[in-house]
Design a protein around this ligand. Sequence first.
Ligand code: NAD
Length: 362
Amino acid sequence: MTQSYRITLLPGDGIGPEIMTVAVAVLKLVGQQLDLKWEFTEALIGGAAIEATGEPLPAATLEACRNSDGVLLAAIGGYQWDNLPRHQRPETGLLGLRAGLGLFANLRPATIFPQLVDASSLKKEVVEGVDIMVVRELTGGVYFGQPKGIFTTETGQKRGVNTMVYTESEIDRIGKVALETAQKRSGKLCSVDKANVLDVSQLWRDRITQMAAKYPDIELSHLYVDNAAMQLLRAPKQFDTIVTGNLFGDILSDAAAMLTGSIGMLPSASLGEDGPGVFEPVHGSAPDIAGQDQANPLAQVLSAAMMLRYGLNQPTAADRIEQAVLQVLEQGDRTGDIMSPGMNQLGCKAMGEALIKVLSHS
Ligand code: NAD
């Protein structure tokens, strides 16, 4: 039976429209092959939305996203909007989208593609085969806890305050996403906290342990965040899925991603309770190469694969796209950012065509 999905496309700024064109072509072909029907709606966000409507997240865009099954976002931002007041900046549009859709879980894979192992700053034998998924809590913890602010004490001294807080329900819902993510992968989940020092982390550890008891197929371990950071650099292959709070996840997801050494290859997913998720590359709008057909579209294409796997529950289609990415790398196709001697350098469009060719024969 044909499955039909409404997808909102947010190409945004800079290289966004170029890489989005490639991802949409890939989705269309895989849709034909696997009997998935797409209803695409394109909407404005970021600088493009500011130019057209004066605001970075027009109400019509949020409405379109809410009414869809998945949101595929490219990137926002550019030099020309950097000096606008904060509420009018492109980044505000992104934050508004996350808040408006209640996205509390951020999934960031760090996968070393065998063909790009030399791009890592770590030794080949340390990173070869690394395949990690960091699940970060996105809307709680110390970034949002109250009280927060800079206050003046009775002695006239300034005092900066942030509060690290998690409720049981916040921990449970991110725990559920992480446990289900680990189930779709190798079944190993490592929870990262600072339970030796922080009470909030002790509650985190207790709840995650209780949650995991309901998932007998999951092998749960716990690490303190300082040790987790060391282990990520020392022996990253020991990790499969990592779950952690907002602050630790912010840092560890960037550190894990950089094990791969190639920003143009990194996708991400942000998920909410039941509405649509947002799937987007980790990189920005790369204004330095925008409009020059030089962008690497693979992070965008891999974001579409994450939408299929984690948003639409279509793992076969996701596998097909991920395999095609591996195959173009295997045949030596590279955009400028991942180029190495002896490989074929392609532009963004040609990389898209190479993917379509590989997929047509799969
Ligand atoms: P960036 O990720 O856009 O670019 C950093 C470097 O990586 C640049 O040299 C760029 O050319 C290169 N690069 C990035 N993606 C690439 C790709 N797909 N193919 C080839 N090369 C690629 O980060 P930046 O320069 O710090 O920021 C540029 C703009 O993007 C800023 O306005 C920033 O606010 C915005 N930004 C947006 C997001 C987002 O949309 N989620 C994330 C980060 C930055």
